[in-house]
Design a protein around this ligand. Structure first.
Ligand SMILES: Cc1cc2nc3c(=O)[nH]c(=O)nc-3n(C[C@H](O)[C@H](O)[C@H](O)COP(=O)(O)O)c2cc1C
Length: 253
């Protein structure tokens, strides 16, 4: 499936008139990882309350049901099922929910979904650094390198946070991400005054050290390189003179 098709499928599922949920049977207690608008409307719970939760929440205290036992059996065996189960909205009103379970065996984040995700993030990063002299490239995997000139470290860091917010605002579901379960971005920032020959490799190294710390810090973080990160360059990490070129390497997670 190419990226266009992946995005198109997502649009179709999101706007389908039937309620559709995707649960991750490989995670503990089979949490919801995707829910479409029709399901939200049917059950009355906001998507945020369902994501990361087992759908037994909809049974409230009405657990003594044959349908519930059949669902438990089907889920434990990884088999399809079709049952009529009594479910309840947050206001306590009951509705009959014809629940059809169809197991789908797939990688957690299959290649086409991963590629579509990286393309969307790269569009955000590319659109965020468009001044003459800005250089944006994919570094490796989900990591991008940005080289931008004339930005003081503080300004570059603040702006990276804006870009981080833009990536988060895409609200791309991530099946294994922690808080929020959305794709997030971390950034490592390093800046220096160029010597006669700019040691770009060293600048990138400093970025990568900062990035490693950002990811270690729980992801969705922005970290600025410290003097120690520039050791190989044998240059001061910060200098008072400006303009300063700065490089930000960013990564999606
Ligand atoms: C994809 C999927 C969709 C489900 N949808 C519902 C649902 O809409 N309503 C419901 O009561 N249970 C639903 N379930 C079943 C519950 O998540 C759970 O498996 C069931 O309550 C049996 O497990 P339990 O006895 O541990 O509660 C769904 C399960 C899966 C895997």
């Amino acid at each position: 499936m190419n990226n266009w098709a992946a995005e198109a499928w997502r649009g179709v599922v999101e706007s389908a008139p039937e309620g559709i949920v995707i649960c991750d049977a490989t995670s503990a207690d089979c949490p919801v990882v995707f829910v479409n608008a029709a399901f939200v409307q049917m059950c009355g719970y906001p998507a945020a309350a369902l994501l990361g939760t087992n759908l037994r929440i909809l049974q409230a205290s009405d657990r003594d049901q044959d349908a519930r036992v059949r669902l438990a059996d089907a889920v434990s065996k990884g088999e399809p099922a079709r049952v009529l189960v009594r479910n309840y909205r947050p206001d306590g009103s009951m509705f009959w929910n014809e629940t059809v379970i169809q197991p789908v065996r797939t990688e957690k984040f299959d290649r086409s979904a991963g590629d579509a995700c990286i393309r969307r993030v790269s569009r955000v990063i590319g659109a965020s650094y468009r001044r003459g002299g800005d250089l944006v490239g994919r570094w490796e995997g989900g990591t991008f390198a940005v080289l931008t000139q004339g930005e003081a470290t503080e300004k570059a860091t603040q702006y990276a946070q804006v870009v981080r917010d833009r990536v988060r605002a895409l609200l791309m579901h991530h099946p294994t991400a922690g808080a929020g379960r959305y794709v997030t971005m971390s950034a490592g920032i390093a800046s220096l005054v160029p010597p006669r020959t700019l040691p770009l490799a060293g600048l990138l190294k400093a970025c990568q050290s900062a990035l490693r710390r950002a990811k270690k810090n729980g992801k969705d973080a922005t970290i600025t390189a410290e003097a120690a990160d520039f050791q190989d360059l044998q240059l001061p990490a910060t200098a008072t003179a400006s303009p300063k070129p700065s490089a930000a390497s960013t990564t999606t997670e």
